[in-house]
Design a protein around this ligand. Structure first.
Ligand SMILES: [Fe+2]
Length: 507
């Protein structure tokens, strides 16, 4: 039996031992220290309210009508969803990395100036089993328990905590180590794992699928054991699997995101490399080793034929997210990347924030990567701090002029973001809005204006934590006047945990 021409056995191998599946047998050897991270965090939060963004919220949040300011456009109707690690404390124990928190879906239902909010923890099988046991049972990506319950596959540890996707008529909470999780749109309740074919059940499906302007969806999955492999997905606009592929990728590094061009999938394997030997002694995160002298390997796969592939080399680089990519007439590929000098943000900053400690690390900065049709690529670095790069849906895979990111002023207080930046790649300029001290913006995404013309004819929408006031809000910018600040905002009576990624669903 095949899945898009790939032997079922291969998919099951990728599925059964994709990175996180290996945690359970490894964990007993890892006696976590008895340090009370929950107590340390609570004490630090009393001293430093900026930590509010990493506090566990109630399981359910509801506000029927948000307090709005400014001019919400009558033509803006739809739902803005977000996801991120939220449930950081379970049964008196706190996760020891931001990425380990269980997911919570935030929904802002927008009808002109009327805005309602719901927040719902994603009730994964993992949470259900722990609730039934009355205790934490499982380790996470970077958090170990002294002993764990056995898991059969990656989805036994699925935290559904990275992003949200609405495609083919389904709403899905995305993780990356295993399946997407279906959500009931009426209640936001989890309703089982999604697989695009019987052969793909439990196979890793990344949290950064790319959707072409015609609705075609492309995605990757990254498996670590028993051998490193990349899974490739081609899904039509109705949600039907067209084809899938499996690539034996050699030594595997952190692969969280990728880009598409009109012709290709472009996947960077950065030299923060997974060492299977270390995985028997340390967490999945800590089994990765930064090798700055090694190259970044770049895989370019033909969308029309997953068997057509080529490899490029780039200097070592580390980052989580790309913006967009395109291919020029001569075959040169260009793509946005948010790059740091090393993985310290992942291994230090985002770990120790969970016990209330700020450990600054190398900032992520906007860069453009250039891959000639043959030979090695190059990184064209630009200095400004940047992360969560987004573009208009209409230019995915096409040459884009504008890319939207978060950033920080040159001397920010702390390491978190403070600005929203619109970068004009044609002019080489950028405009920015600074939320100022006391506020932390999260990913802002572009929403096209219905009937709009031009790449930037629309809005930027995103959430912001006002940690001084202890509340979270929703901001709307005119994408053609970002520096002018939000044209409208809406405020909740409570804070939301800082999360990762969102999606706007119109109508
Ligand atoms: Fe991400």
């Amino acid at each position: 039996m095949t899945a898009g021409g790939i032997p079922r056995r291969s998919f099951l191998a990728a599925s059964a031992a994709s990175g996180l599946a290996g945690l359970a047998p490894f964990a007993p050897a890892l006696a976590a220290s008895g340090e009370d991270w929950g107590g340390a965090f609570a004490a630090a939060l009393r001293r430093n309210p900026v930590l509010l963004g990493w506090k566990t919220p109630p399981d359910r949040l509801d506000t029927g009508s948000l307090a709005v300011t400014g001019a919400w456009p009558a033509g803006l109707k739809g739902r803005f969803f977000r996801n991120g690690p939220s449930i950081h404390d379970r049964f008196g124990r706190r996760y020891r990395h931001w990425f380990d928190g269980d997911g919570m879906i935030q929904e802002f239902a927008i009808d002109g100036g009327r805005i309602a909010h719901r927040g719902r923890t994603v009730r994964t099988p993992k949470l259900a089993r722990e609730d039934a046991a009355g205790k934490r049972l499982y380790s996470g990506y970077a958090t170990h328990l002294e002993s764990t319950a056995p898991v059969r596959g990656p989805d036994g540890l699925n935290a559904a905590n990275i992003s949200v996707l609405h495609h083919g008529g389904e709403l899905l909470a995305l993780w990356e180590g295993g399946s997407a999780t279906r959500l009931e749109e009426s209640t936001l309740a989890a309703s089982g794992f999604k697989s695009w074919s019987p052969q793909l059940g439990g196979v890793p499906f990344s949290a950064h699928p790319k959707v072409d302007p015609d609705g075609t969806l492309w995605n990757i999955g990254c498996a670590l054991l028993p051998r490193p492999a990349l899974v490739l997905y081609h899904i039509d606009r109705t949600g039907k699997l067209v084809k899938a592929g499996l690539v034996d990728a050699g030594p595997m590094g952190l692969v969280h995101d990728f880009v598409v061009t009109q012709k290709s999938l472009v996947i960077l394997i950065q030299p923060f490399l997974f060492d299977p030997g270390r995985a028997e002694r340390v967490s999945v995160l800590d089994a990765h080793v930064w090798k700055p002298q090694a190259e970044t390997r770049v895989l370019v796969v033909d969308k029309a034929d997953f068997g057509k592939r080529r490899w490029h080399a780039l200097p070592a680089c580390f980052g989580f997210h790309y913006g967009n990519g395109w291919e020029e007439a001569d075959g040169t590929i260009r793509l946005d990347h948010c790059l740091a000098g090393d993985p310290g943000i992942l291994t230090e900053t985002l770990r120790y924030v969970m016990k209330g400690e700020f450990r600054p690390s190398a900032p992520l900065r906007y860069a453009q990567i250039v891959l000639p049709p043959k030979g090695d690529g190059r990184i064209e670095s630009r200095a400004e701090e940047a992360e969560f790069a987004k573009v208009a849906p209409a230019v995915v895979g096409r040459r884009h002029r504008y890319v939207y990111t978060l950033g920080a002023p040159e001397n920010p207080q702390g390491w978190h973001f403070r600005t929203v930046v619109k970068r004009d790649l044609e002019r080489g300029t950028a405009e920015r809005f600074d939320y100022g001290p006391g506020k932390i913006p999260e990913e802002h995404i572009f929403v096209p204006r219905p009937g709009g013309r031009g790449e930037d004819d629309g809005w930027l929408i995103g959430t912001v934590l006002d940690w001084k006031k202890g509340v979270s809000g929703l901001s709307l910018f005119d994408a053609q006047a970002v520096a002018a600040g939000p044209i409208a905002q809406a405020w909740l009576p409570y804070p939301l945990p800082l999360g990762f990624h969102g999606a706007f669903v119109g109508g």
